[in-house]
Design a protein around this ligand. Structure first.
Ligand SMILES: [Zn+2]
Length: 325
């Protein structure tokens, strides 16, 4: 009898191991970034079984396409049957033709990236922009795992956002849900910057022009006449430099004012900040102090928190574009 029980246990263990190896509990996620392409095999519990990272070809569409296919095929080769594939990209798919738009990696704009990848791979994939993938990742496995409504924000090379409600990505007819970075900054804070800032999208004073890394760099230049990258400004402020500290205080004020518009509209349970500037630790204590002036409530319960996964969120969120099986 013990032998039978033991044999069953072994069989169950083998079946479980087999189901992982054969892919029923894994999904592929790929983050197509401006400098790196990262692909992962994501286990159902949120752990990563395998990771591949390669350089993104510089501004060459066909080479970029080939590189993404290579990453997917290398990951697929480690599992059978075929796994679901989600891709995170800059920009968005413009309906109805699903051509890429709004990408800061401009070689992708106007290209049928999703269809071209599906033709090359021979099966259907899912694709969303990187901010949406970040929000999904944090809502499923990260800082927003217990939240009903999650607003995920990227503060990096660009400024984007994604909204997840009950673990589902909120999507609309224009494929621009959460594209908060291209709203204009509120008029009340226009006087905090020296001059109008032209955005790559063609408009002036988009939120991205003040809250991206480049935006912070421009603010520092306006105040000091010196060119310094965002990380350098943060380091200088941490070492006690008053000009850098003033510059960051202004950044916190602008961020609070711009997030207040989101809170008044969406009232998310949690706002998860990602991208390089989310590493500035003082953000999480300073920004909430500025919020009450702008948010239409007496007590603000919205949490503003750092990400659980940082740069690793893109590929993880892309995998979450498909349900786990
Ligand atoms: Zn813009």
């Amino acid at each position: 009898m013990q032998g039978i029980v033991g044999a069953c246990k072994v069989a169950l263990t083998q079946a479980k191991a087999c189901s992982i190896q054969t892919g029923f509990l894994m999904r592929i996620g790929v983050d197509l970034g401006g400098t790196k392409i990262e692909g992962i095999l994501l286990n159902d519990d949120g752990s990563i079984a395998e990771k591949i990272r390669i350089d993104t070809p510089t501004q060459k569409y066909q080479a970029t396409l080939d590189s993404v296919c290579t990453v997917v095929q290398r990951l697929q080769s480690q599992a059978s049957p075929r796994l679901t594939v989600g891709i995170g990209t800059p920009g968005a798919l413009a309906l109805p033709c699903e051509l890429m738009k709004n990408c800061n990696s401009i070689c992708l704009n106007g290209q049928a990236l999703k269809k071209d990848l599906e033709s090359a791979l021979g099966y259907t994939i899912r694709m969303e922009n990187d901010a949406n993938c970040f929000a999904l990742s944090e809502a499923h496995y990260g800082a927003g795992a217990d939240a009903h409504v999650v607003f995920g924000v990227i503060l990096g090379t660009g400024t984007g956002g994604g909204i997840v409600v009950n673990k589902q990505l909120l999507k609309g007819p224009n494929s621009i849900t959460g594209e908060w970075g291209h709203n204009a900054i509120p008029v009340s804070v226009r006087s905090l910057i020296a001059e109008d800032r032209l955005c790559y999208c063609g408009r002036s004073n988009c939120i991205e022009t003040v809250l991206s890394g480049r935006g912070l760099k421009q603010t520092y230049f306006e105040k000091t006449g010196e060119q310094l990258e965002a990380t350098g400004i943060a380091e200088l402020a941490a070492s006690g430099n008053p000009h850098a500290q003033d510059c960051l205080q202004l950044y916190y004020q602008l961020l609070a004012r711009c997030l207040a518009t989101v809170i008044n509209l969406l009232d998310p349970d949690i706002i998860v900040l990602g991208g390089g500037l989310s590493n500035i630790r003082d953000l999480y204590s300073a920004v909430p102090k500025y919020l009450p002036e702008f948010v239409f409530t007496d007590v603000i319960r919205t949490k503003i928190v750092p990400p659980s996964f940082g740069d690793a969120s893109g590929a993880r969120g892309a995998a979450c574009l498909w349900p786990s099986m």
